[in-house]
Ligand binder design. Structure first.
Ligand code: FPP
Ligand code: ZN
Length: 350
């Protein structure tokens, strides 16, 4: 994991800071851009550190980090043409993606690929051909998704699969009702936080991977015309989750953690804060309802439930990259492949 970590550290820390509304000094932001540029592979995509091989997870982290910085310098780091060719190089004939050349397949990769492709406007129809069908095959009898077809449902994979389906506009292909039942049952009735899978322990990071599914499901069911949906609350106990994060997941010296007794780290800091933000903010724009447990200074900025960066940064990146044309994939040179327009209004509700 350590080899994949340095790009992730940039994202976890920058996203934590944006949720806390703590500005990043210009010179530090520029240093991060220069560092991430060194993590970019000559053949496209990003690695966990300079000189390492490209991998979809740090590619997702690096693109998110650069979009949070949101300057021309940051956007210019991303070689979109090579990124597209990296994405094609990890695409499998059945619609899935391997995490890196010669690596393992699991549903995280579909989310990482869909996230970076949609943010940077390099989506082409063949890139995600058969991907929705493959993702649906990861949903099992429990209602959640496993990493690959046949595996136990887990919050991390369920978030990735569902968010990828939202990006691809195919969330209706999932069984949304059994998914809702599965995720709602993962909130622990004593602790108030979420477990990652049935019969396992609560962990602060699932405050995002699990609770973050509720905005996605709310929007998907809203699109289907479900008139029983609340216009004020997500379908989990927002107050209980905030209490678990604030009271059980804080290190008194700063930083957040899995559960009491564990040490703090940047991953748990990022995802505990992200989950706290989801639990504090319902909806967006005209339909926005806040529930802040404790003092007003506990309030975090809202986060985009698909990309998990602040919504203004998503809008700004989409606006920037949509001025640029979609590169023609190298192996498709000369073909007249049409582009998918991901538009700027793909998430009008959440
Ligand atoms: C189980 O760990 C955890 C996994 C098998 C993977 C979880 C996946 C994610 C958190 C998603 C990652 C997302 C991206 C975008 C790369 P465990 O057995 O230690 O924990 P558990 O007891 O809580 O299940
Ligand atoms: Zn955790």
């Amino acid at each position: 994991l350590i080899f994949l970590l340095r790009s992730w550290l940039c994202y976890w820390i920058l996203h934590s800071l944006e949720l806390l509304e703590e500005p990043v000094p210009t010179s530090i932001a520029s240093d991060v851009c220069k560092f991430l540029a060194r993590c970019q592979s000559p053949t496209g995509g990003f690695a966990g550190g300079p000189g390492q091989a490209a991998h979809l997870a740090p590619t997702y982290a690096a693109v998110n980090a650069l979009c949070i910085i949101g300057t021309q310098e940051a956007y210019n780091v991303i070689d979109r043409e090579k990124l597209l060719s990296f994405l094609f190089s990890v695409k499998q004939p059945d619609g899935s993606f391997v995490m890196h050349g010669g690596g393992e397949v699991d549903v995280r990769s579909a989310y990482c690929a869909a996230s970076v492709a949609s943010l940077t406007n390099i989506m082409t129809p063949t890139l995600f051909q058969d991907t929705p069908t493959w993702i649906v095959s990861c949903q099992n009898w429990e209602g959640g998704l496993g990493g690959v077809p046949g595996l136990e449902a887990h919050g991390g994979y369920t978030f990735c699969g569902t968010a990828a389906m939202v990006i691809l506009g195919k969330e209706h292909m999932l069984d949304l009702k059994t998914l809702l039942r599965w995720v709602a049952s993962r909130q622990m009735r004593f602790e108030g936080g979420f477990q990652g899978r049935c019969n396992k322990l609560v962990d602060g990071c699932y405050s995002f991977w699990q609770a973050g599914l509720l905005p996605l499901l709310h929007r998907a069911l809203f699109k289907e015309g479900d008139s029983t949906l609340s216009l004020q609350k997500w379908m989990f106990e927002q107050q209980a989750l905030q209490e678990y994060i604030l009271l059980c997941c804080q290190n008194t010296a700063g930083g957040l953690l899995d559960k009491p007794g564990k040490s703090r780290d940047f991953y748990h800091t990022c995802y505990c804060l992200s989950g706290l933000s989801v639990a504090q903010h319902f909806g967006n724009m005209d339909l926005h309802h806040e529930l802040i447990v404790g003092q007003e200074e506990n309030r975090l900025a809202p986060s985009h439930p698909v990309y998990n960066i602040c919504p203004e940064k998503v809008a700004q990146a989409i606006q920037h990259f949509h001025q640029l044309s979609v590169p023609v994939p190298a192996q498709k040179e000369g073909s007249s492949e049409e582009t998918i327009d991901t538009g700027s209004d793909i998430f009008p509700f959440c």
